[in-house]
Design a protein around this ligand. Sequence first.
Ligand SMILES: Cc1cc2nc3c(=O)[nH]c(=O)nc-3n(C[C@H](O)[C@H](O)[C@H](O)COP(=O)(O)OP(=O)(O)OC[C@H]3O[C@@H](n4cnc5c(N)ncnc54)[C@H](O)[C@@H]3O)c2cc1C
Length: 334
Amino acid sequence: MSRVVVIGGGVIGCAAAERLTLDHHEVTLFERDQLGAHASGAAAGELSPSVLDSDNQALAMFPEVVARIEKDSSLNVEYRTQQGLRPAFTPQEAELLKAGEGRWLDASECRQAEPALSSDVLGALLLEHAHLTPPRFVRALARAAAVRGAAIREGTPAIGFAIEDHQVRGVTTSRETIDADWVVVAAGPWTREVASTAGVDIDVRPQRGQLVALDPGSTVLRGSVFWSNGYLVPKGDGTIIAGGTEEDAGFDDRPTVEGIASLLTFAQKLVPALATASLQRVWAGLRPLTGDGRPIVAISEVGNLIVATGHHRKGILLAPLAAEQVAELIKGTR
Ligand SMILES: Cc1cc2nc3c(=O)[nH]c(=O)nc-3n(C[C@H](O)[C@H](O)[C@H](O)COP(=O)(O)OP(=O)(O)OC[C@H]3O[C@@H](n4cnc5c(N)ncnc54)[C@H](O)[C@@H]3O)c2cc1C
């Protein structure tokens, strides 16, 4: 059993904290603001398979993780598996999609599956995917960890480290220094700033993503629709989320006219009937993006400081896998 301090109460930090309590570690999690206050609470909640083994491995972990945290937290994370469509608007797009995995639907089958889809759609790939509500997922992970003994401290930034002989001995907040055998820095795009106070340089930066929730007043989409880098996701409350932009705007997480306008154009291209939907909400979050675009879950040059960040557009999907990797690093099996 080790004393582990997790820095960051986004999905990666909360998933790590939850997983580490299963190994009976004494876990303390510090969150500067509120749990899921940033990208993890802003995310759309899509969990899609891909050509990457890691994505599919992570996706396969959800039924067990969701059952466990819903039981222990008594919170419903609104997880469900669904069918979605990836449509083609040009013959070139159709050829590329047909070469991928999944059943190809021709134009009339598409219209049967999703009657509101644009008549310009030539066909679509049918995708099996899953979906949940990210703010609920983050809360359920943290509450399950707390039920198993973790201390979850919101409104408590970590401001420094006590370091001796290239090892972190403790994590300092404005009130105290907590002793630690291991530290997990999962501070999203702020990981560079946090790790630098331990002398560790992590190449991660923020990338803004904007979303808009549309209320069509009646059901216009049965499942999610993915095209290019964007998506339309129908939610349980009847709204449809259109997302997500990719912008280099530093730490500015405010939605912009240009960003939301591009999402509205995208939504109407896929589903023209959305032109008459009302705007319900606009928001944005900062994805953690590394220099090479790949996540980092590794022990740093400070021997007991683990960095877990850079999950970019897939942090919700990859959280159970990242948590498992953190547990393996502490166990010494990775
Ligand atoms: C618009 C948008 C849509 C997305 N949609 C999806 C999706 O559908 N599916 C998917 O899988 N992924 C999606 N993502 C990506 C996903 O949201 C991110 O990859 C993920 O949330 C990153 O989680 P994180 O815990 O690393 O970072 P964050 O959520 O940023 O959490 C880091 C936390 O660390 C805290 N922190 C910072 N400094 C300190 C400190 N000194 N002390 C203590 N705490 C600190 C911050 O307050 C923050 O709460 C989306 C992202 C965006 C922006």
